[in-house]
Ligand binder design. Structure first.
Ligand code: MG
Length: 254
């Protein structure tokens, strides 16, 4: 079911968006060579507790996860691209890290992700991250009243294609509200002018993620982490946005 939220409800979502943005900013600052993924998870957990927020991840157990997730944060490193289960792993020079974080504040969820390189970056990795960020911007720009859901996907897909990157359609964006994953599914490619008409009050996470060499993934034996089929690195950028009469409102803007 697709839910539309009124202006007061969208306003009530702002604190959740601001908080999720602040956690990602803190994680960006904390991430570095030698920093353990479990330290980053602990930082997110501490910030959740201090804020009186509720993690969307700790007990999360959808059909595609082998067991309840159990952590506050997804940390995907190098060939891991989505749903990375935090492991006892200290980041190495040049690692590409994606962090995905969602929680609820006062009953409203916000969901956002960012990718970064710790230490000396391979320019190809920075270009991959930039492509996901540009695709996110393009997707957000298309999230306006009068457009269709396919316009968002088409805008994202065009950026990927221009960069020569294949697109996985299995996992994409989603409706956000009182829970983390609602309708509609927001694929990272689509046909312009097709699909659900975009209306004011639709709140969605838009989340382009691409891998250097493939659109295929496999699930790590940990039951959660999704890795590229060919071992190439992946990157991921995500914001939660509300479609309003005045254009897209980026609730998780940093
Ligand atoms: Mg997310």
């Amino acid at each position: 079911m697709i839910e539309l939220f009124n202006a007061r409800e969208v306003d009530e979502m702002r604190p959740a968006g601001r908080f999720v943005a602040s956690v990602l900013t803190a994680l960006r600052e904390a991430a570095g060579v030698g920093v353990n993924l479990l330290e980053l998870d602990a930082l997110a957990a501490r910030m959740i507790a201090d804020r009186g927020a509720t993690s969307c991840y700790i007990d999360y157990h959808p059909s595609f996860g082998a067991m309840p997730f159990g952590f506050s944060l997804c940390t995907s490193v190098n060939d891991a691209v989505l749903h990375g289960l935090p492991h006892d792993y200290a980041l190495l020079d040049g690692d590409l890290l994606s962090v995905d974080f969602a929680c609820s504040v006062d009953g409203w969820v916000a969901d956002s992700a960012v990718s970064l390189v710790v230490g000396a970056a391979d320019p190809a990795d920075l270009a991959l991250i930039t492509t996901t960020e540009l695709a996110l911007e393009a997707g957000i720009a298309a999230a306006v009243v009068g457009n269709k859901l396919g316009d968002i996907g088409a805008a994202i897909g065009d950026v990927a294609r221009a960069a020569g990157l294949p697109i996985n359609l299995q996992f994409g964006g989603h409706g956000v509200g009182r829970t983390m994953h609602g309708d509609p599914h927001v694929p990272n490619d689509g046909r312009a002018g097709r699909g659900l008409p975009l209306r004011a009050g639709l709140v969605i996470a838009i989340e382009p993620w691409f891998m250097h060499g493939t659109d295929a993934i496999w699930t790590d034996p940990d039951g959660w982490t999704l890795r590229s089929a060919d071992g190439s690195r992946g990157a991921h950028s995500e914001h939660t946005i509300a479609i309003t009469e005045n254009g897209p409102l980026v609730l998780t803007a940093r």
